[in-house]
Design a protein around this ligand. Structure first.
Ligand code: LMR
Ligand code: MN
Length: 426
């Protein structure tokens, strides 16, 4: 930051105070630095404003203090907003630090004013617009992302990143599948260029599957796998550990979970009773995976943690799963899954290859089917089967009555103890 600051103090006293504050900043004397620079800031000095923000920033980092971090972010954003005369170089450097801190703090909407300034100063740079879009999406504000994307595509109709995000928004926010496919296809045409990312291939394939355009979906899945975005055309989870053994169906004896399986099977009638007795707590499936029918679930453990009070309702179930540490899987759940007759769950994949999924069949399994990869199987009352839900799978209930299963996700057996502790939860 070599170039000049606007509003440098004329008065030698304040000028010296500011130099002192900068020295304190270098030496890590943050509280006095902040105090001294704040006094100079009142004189309208942008450099003083910067020193205050930087002190707060470094102090927040050292103390791991989110309240201070929020103060630092506010100070950076105010500095940027109040100083239209900052040089390009200073604007970019300060804006980048502010955005970095905002992302770290997770308050994505706060990045908007910063990106707006960058867009106004550098109207020819599409990256700032695309990054603003991403911030809105991270903040779950697809509606705001949509507006920015429309403006961006008006100016840059062939920008692949904007095309891909717009396709994503059309699909996930508005369920406009045909349109979404057009944008995602255009984004990924040929060598896919800047939009060559796993999630865009994933969403294009998923939209095509939902539209029943199976051959095109297959082509995208093959292309995605060839580019290394998917473990294989059928195994399309996005949060993966690379070396894990991949197979859609796991014979029980091929896993270290034989005891857990036998314990579940031996108590299946009590587990069934616990599931049925908690019926009022079931919640409708929210991910939009069913193409028709009724499907609800009752979470017992999510990301390895009990939902408070659930084990009181299902004591037998919990006492069994608690004996197997691998069933406290932070990348999975333990839940009852209740499916009404006439339901079809469309082909889909789970988010990660780090878990295996057990099903204990509890009721009305006649004429119900599950396909995982290329192999379709049926449930057998009181019995467990194990599959890897990162492979494409699909479920039909063509029978009568409500089908109940207990789902128990366990860590993939190839994961090390360290990985089980440190992999981020999903
Ligand atoms: C799935 O993962 O989609 C299945 O476990 C759903 C179910 O309840 O059969
Ligand atoms: Mn599934």
């Amino acid at each position: 930051l070599e170039d000049d600051w606007p509003g440098e103090p004329n008065d030698p006293y304040w000028s010296q105070q500011l130099d002192l504050a900068e020295e304190e900043l270098r030496q890590g004397a943050w509280p006095s630095c902040e105090q001294r620079a704040s006094a100079v800031e009142l004189k309208g000095s942008a450099r003083a404003q910067y020193v205050v923000a930087k002190c707060l920033d470094l102090m927040a980092e050292a103390k791991r203090d989110n309240r201070l971090l929020s103060k630092a972010i506010t100070a950076y954003v105010e500095l940027l907003k109040m100083n239209e005369r900052l040089s390009d170089r200073k604007l970019v450097d300060i804006a980048q630090r502010a955005i970095d801190r905002i992302q770290f703090r997770g308050t994505y909407l706060n990045a908007e004013p910063v990106y707006r300034l960058l867009i106004r100063r550098f109207p020819d740079n599409v990256h700032y617009r695309n990054n603003l879009t991403v911030s809105f999406l991270m903040a779950n504000r697809a509606d705001l992302a949509d507006t920015v994307l429309k403006e961006t595509l008006k100016l840059w109709p062939n920008d692949r990143i904007a095309l891909a995000h717009y396709g994503f928004v059309l699909k996930n926010q508005y369920n406009k599948l045909e349109e979404s496919v057009i944008y995602l296809q255009k984004a990924l045409e040929g060598d896919a260029g800047a939009a060559n990312e796993p999630r865009f291939f994933y969403h294009l394939g998923d939209a095509l599957l939902q539209l029943g355009r199976l051959k095109e979906a297959q082509e995208i899945h093959e292309k995605g796998a060839k580019l290394g975005h998917f473990l294989s055309p059928e195994q399309r989870s996005l949060y993966n550990v690379a070396r894990l053994k991949s197979r859609p169906w796991w014979p029980i004896e091929a896993t270290p979970y034989v005891k857990l399986v036998r314990d579940l099977e031996n108590s299946w009638k009590e587990i069934l009773k616990e599931g049925l007795a908690a019926k009022e707590l079931f919640e409708k499936e929210k991910e939009g995976l069913k193409e028709r029918g009724e499907w609800s679930q009752l979470d017992v453990f999510v990301r390895g943690k009990e939902i408070p009070g659930r084990c009181e309702r299902a004591p037998v179930t919990c006492s069994i799963v608690r004996q197997e540490a691998s069933a406290r899987c932070r990348r999975g759940q333990i839940k009852f899954s209740l499916m009404e007759a006439g339901t079809h769950v469309r082909p889909h994949v789970g988010p990660t290859n780090c878990r295996l999924r057990m099903h204990l069949a509890l009721s009305n399994t006649k004429d119900t089917y599950i396909r995982v990869g290329k192999v379709t199987r049926q449930w057998e009352l009181g019995k467990v089967f194990i599959f890897d839900d990162s492979f494409e799978h699909e479920v039909w209930h063509n029978g009568t009555g409500s089908r109940l299963v207990l789902i128990v996700d366990v860590w993939h057996p190839d994961l090390s103890a360290t990985e089980r502790k440190t992999l981020p939860a999903i």
